[in-house]
Design a protein around this ligand. Structure first.
Ligand code: XMP
Length: 510
């Protein structure tokens, strides 16, 4: 396996993901991990990540120089490359010209890392410091007009340094460079598959849980379904799945979830459905601030679980289907700022009544979760379900949530989904849904003045839900959806299409 040592960079999970895409197993550890532990894991290669600090400052994250003497190949990326040079006697300082964004890098020397990479290649840079001169024994293999050492290496020791970020897709040939590192430098075979992830996770869950009792939060969405089925394979009847119908689900969704995961479905999950609609509506009455709504929904969720857990008897673990983008955006994943408190992550109250939380999908991106789902034998129509956020329609109703508004957005959304399916374009769109804006406007219907709500339609294409762009839905489809919504859904007289990408928007409205 490859070990990624985390120095606080923004793209660390992307590095791990790219390595996994090479079919090589990869784990991330903090730079605080002791070298003895790292040695004991016997990795085939180590990647040092980027990070916000300056390698030459006294209190910056650092590591023992011994790392470079283990005979294990090391690739330093950005901060990682600067740290490598700093520790080995090169000179790192504030760069006179700070490089940010796509920069053309010139490859000066042939290198195992640059095998099949063009001589001039566009790379993603993001740094304030730079390597002014490489450490003794290193050969400089690439430069840019403002960066004398864009890449350097000491191949006989397996040490490689890259100032730019090969893990980011803006680095045109970055994937090639990383695969060169794992195959050509580290000698990995590339025989790891998602089924190994599933197997390893199942083993790890068994070891952790022992004979404990586990309660799983099942929402029926892709993430929690994959987590639940994984848990059920690991520990069978020690698992109980609780499905909370918080009254913020899509139209008929509560019943559909019960059909698939309930006692009459193919899984043995000790499925319990809790109808808690009224409770949630009461808590949400009068609340308009998005973060507050998210927190209320998250907390109420946990309260309902606690109550169920008490009924079941003692419960040791709580399972959640948190995936990586949820972790980053809630600001728990390293240095990144809080964008939204994702349900079940940042929204988790401190006084939860369980011994521990198990999050088997915490390191995966959505498409990887789907692959894991297929490996687990979950049917395709469930695995390729649209993502649906934990707080549900609560964050698709801008402003105050009421039962009446839930009904409006449910009906509009059902029409939208029906028409997308009828047009045969469902699989081409990453995520699409209707939201209820807080705007009312004047219309005319049957010669009468109306003063009603506007529905916003959202559809985005995305690979990993970290960035997204508005999908180009055929005008005829939008037209049909619009006329059906204003005709069939009471209190809606206008339909708008959201053209915003992420960033600057987010996928959901709140
Ligand atoms: P945003 O709106 O943050 O959405 O661009 C990115 C993806 O995450 C989903 N999402 C959530 N999923 N709990 C979840 O499980 C949440 O609180 C949550 N908020 C957003 C969203 O639907 C999209 O797929």
């Amino acid at each position: 396996k490859i070990i990624v040592m985390d120095f606080g960079g923004q793209y660390n999970q992307l590095i791990a993901r790219r390595v996994r895409e090479c079919n090589v197993y990869c784990e991330i550890y903090s730079y605080k991990r002791d070298i003895e532990e790292i040695k004991a894991m016997n990795p085939k290669g180590i990647i040092l990540t980027g990070g916000p600090s300056s390698a030459y400052e006294a209190d910056s994250p650092t590591y023992t120089k011994e790392l470079f003497e283990l005979g294990i190949p090391v690739l330093g990326i950005c901060y990682g490359s600067q740290l490598m040079m700093h520790l080995l006697g090169g000179h790192v300082c504030k760069a006179p010209v700070r490089e940010y964004g796509k920069i053309e890098v010139t490859v000066d020397q042939s290198s195992k890392l640059f095998s099949d990479v063009s001589e001039k290649t566009v790379c993603w840079m993001s740094h304030n410091d730079y390597i002014e001169s490489a450490a003794q024994g290193f050969v400089v293999t690439a430069h840019t007009p403002d960066c004398p050492v864009a890449a350097a290496e000491m191949p006989e020791k397996g040490l490689y340094a890259l100032q730019f970020h090969p893990e980011v897709l803006h680095t045109a040939e970055g994937t090639k460079m990383l695969s060169n590192f794992v195959y050509n430098v580290c000698g990995c075979k590339g025989d790891w598959r998602m089924d190994s992830f599933v197997e390893t996770s199942i083993e790890a869950i068994r070891a952790k849980v022992g004979s404990g009792r586990v309660l799983c939060a099942l929402s029926g969405g892709v993430d929690s379904s994959v987590a639940a089925v994984m848990l059920s394979k690991a520990i069978g009847s020690q698992l109980t799945c609780v499905f909370v119908d918080h009254g913020l689900l899509r139209k008929n969704e509560g019943d559909e979830v019960e059909e698939v995961f309930g006692p009459s479905g193919p899984y043995d999950l000790n499925f319990i459905r809790v109808n808690a609609q009224q409770r949630f509506y009461e808590k949400l009455a009068g609340v308009t601030e998005p973060e507050k709504k998210r927190k209320i929904i998250g907390e109420e969720f946990i309260r309902v679980f606690e109550e169920e857990a008490k009924k079941i008897g003692s419960v040791d673990f709580l399972v959640q289907g948190t995936i990586y983008p949820d972790v980053v955006e809630s600001g728990v994943g390293g240095e990144s700022a809080v964008i939204k408190s994702h349900h079940n992550v940042g929204g988790l109250p401190d006084y939860v009544d369980f011994k521990e939380i198990i999050e088997p999908l915490r390191d995966l991106f959505k498409d990887e979760v789907r692959k894991a789902g297929l490996e687990l034998g979950i049917p395709e129509h469930l695995v390729f379900r649209q993502p649906f956020p934990g707080p549900g329609l609560g964050i698709r109703i801008i402003g105050e949530v009421t039962a009446e508004k839930v009904k409006i957005v449910q009906d509009a959304d059902a029409i939208y989904r029906e028409e997308i399916a009828a047009a045969g374009i469902a699989r081409d769109i990453g995520q699409y849904f209707a939201a209820l804006t807080n705007m009312r406007s004047v219309g005319v219907m049957g010669d009468e003045r109306t003063y009603d709500y506007a529905i916003a339609l959202r559809a985005v294409n995305t690979i990993d839900f970290m960035t997204a762009e508005a999908a180009q839905i055929p005008w005829e489809v939008l037209g049909k959806v619009t006329s059906r919504i204003v005709n069939e859904v009471a209190h809606v007289n206008r339909v708008l299409y959201d053209c915003t990408s992420k960033p600057p928007g987010t996928i959901e409205f709140e």
